[in-house]
Design a protein around this ligand. Sequence first.
Ligand SMILES: Nc1ncnc2c1ncn2[C@@H]1O[C@H](COP(=O)(O)OP(=O)(O)OP(=O)(O)O)[C@@H](O)[C@H]1O
Ligand SMILES: [Mg+2]
Length: 258
Amino acid sequence: MSDSARLVVEGLRARVEGKEILNGVDLVVPTGEVHALMGPNGSGKSTLAYTLLGHPNYEVTGGSASFDGTDLLPLAADERARLGMFLCFQYPTSIPGVSVVNFLRAALKAQGKEMPAREFLRTLSAVMGELKIDESFRSRYINDGFSGGEKKRMEILQLALLRPRLAVLDETDSGLDVDALRTVAEGVDRVRGTDMGVLVITHYPRILEYLRPDAVHVLHRGRVVVSGGHDLARRIEADGYDPILGAGAGTAAREGNP
Ligand SMILES: Nc1ncnc2c1ncn2[C@@H]1O[C@H](COP(=O)(O)OP(=O)(O)OP(=O)(O)O)[C@@H](O)[C@H]1O
Ligand SMILES: [Mg+2]
């Protein structure tokens, strides 16, 4: 395993509500790379995201997961967040009573990145402008009454401000119109850098056209069964999962990388 590897998952098994969902996931997301995680509905993608981020309902029953050499499994969700791990949920929750501006300040504070009020507001305005989010959103309650696309943009705003070291985006592209999709992809592109890894969970190869992932992994029945380059996503779009899962299910296969 290379020294620069950041997220290293080996043989990870997990269950929820007494049901085995992850059956030995192997996955490495090195520093500075963008990886895509694809797979049919119910294959365990969101479960993997929640398990990695330490959601208490997901019980790890085997394997290992480390981040920058630190064993994640004994750590609570907030401790993982302090390590710089960030999850954009598939279904973001609204928090009535908490404004966007207060939420973001509190989130920065929780990560030990508190800024003076003026600097924070200046930074917030700049990032909102880049992401084409209207200033009026600052005083709205977080995700309350937001459209699907607006919720997703709000997550990208969090990402841009918090600058985590590993971002897991669970279907941040679903429900977005074409322009919003591009905005989100550009947002991710802008915040990714040499010190940040990104795992994008998606059903849509279109976002990958913008993000140009370094690797694409396919999860099936709780295991990564095929990994490859961007071309793998294009083949899934063209032919569906059947040809790939038929060939690769059971043992993890590595395909040619770009
Ligand atoms: N809390 C739960 N209780 C029972 N079963 C669950 C629970 N959470 C997930 N599962 C089951 O685990 C399996 C994997 O679910 P998961 O949400 O991880 O899939 P996914 O790959 O993210 O699917 P999708 O593409 O539809 O988002 C599904 O069969 C789901 O019904
Ligand atoms: Mg999911």
